[in-house]
Write a new protein. Structure first.
Length: 124
C-alpha cells in the first residue's frame, strides 16, 4: 500500500488516527501528535540541519532527514545494544502481552483493508 489511514476507537471512547504513506518528496516525514481536552503534545520531524531562511516570501527550513536509517540511526544502535543485553541474560524490555496486542491491531487493520469492513478487536 502506498498510503493508508487507520481509525481506532478504544473502549473508553478515545479516537486514534494513524496516517501513513510510503513516499514524501520533501524528505522523511515522521511526526506524532496527541490531542486532548487539556492540550496537545507533538514529536516533530528532525531536519538535516538547523538552518532557516527568512525573506519577504516567508520562512524556509532545512529539508527533513532523507531516510529511515538516517532518521533513526541512534534508535537502531540502542535497539542492538538492548538485544545484546538480552542475549547476555538480561530481561526482555517488552512483555509478551504488549507484543500480542500490537500484532492483533495490525492483523485487524489488514483484515479491514482487505475486506472493506470495520473489525472489532474483541472478535479476533
Amino acid at each position: 500500500m502506498d498510503a493508508a489511514t487507520m481509525l481506532l476507537k478504544t473502549k473508553d471512547g478515545k479516537i486514534i488516527t494513524l496516517s501513513m504513506s510510503r513516499s514524501s518528496t520533501y524528505g522523511y516525514d515522521q511526526r506524532t501528535e496527541f490531542f486532548g481536552t487539556k492540550g496537545c503534545a507533538k514529536v516533530n520531524n528532525v531536519a538535516q540541519n538547523s538552518a532557516q531562511i527568512g525573506t519577504e516570501d516567508g520562512i524556509t527550513d532545512a529539508r527533513h532527514m532523507e531516510s529511515f536509517p538516517q532518521r533513526f540511526n541512534e534508535g537502531f544502535r540502542l535497539e542492538l545494544e538492548e538485544f545484546a543485553n538480552v542475549l547476555k541474560g538480561g530481561e526482555w524490555p517488552i512483555g509478551i502481552e504488549s507484543c500480542m496486542s500490537v500484532q492483533k491491531i495490525a492483523d485487524a487493520a489488514g483484515i479491514s483493508s482487505k475486506e472493506g469492513r470495520v473489525v472489532m478487536l474483541d472478535d479476533m
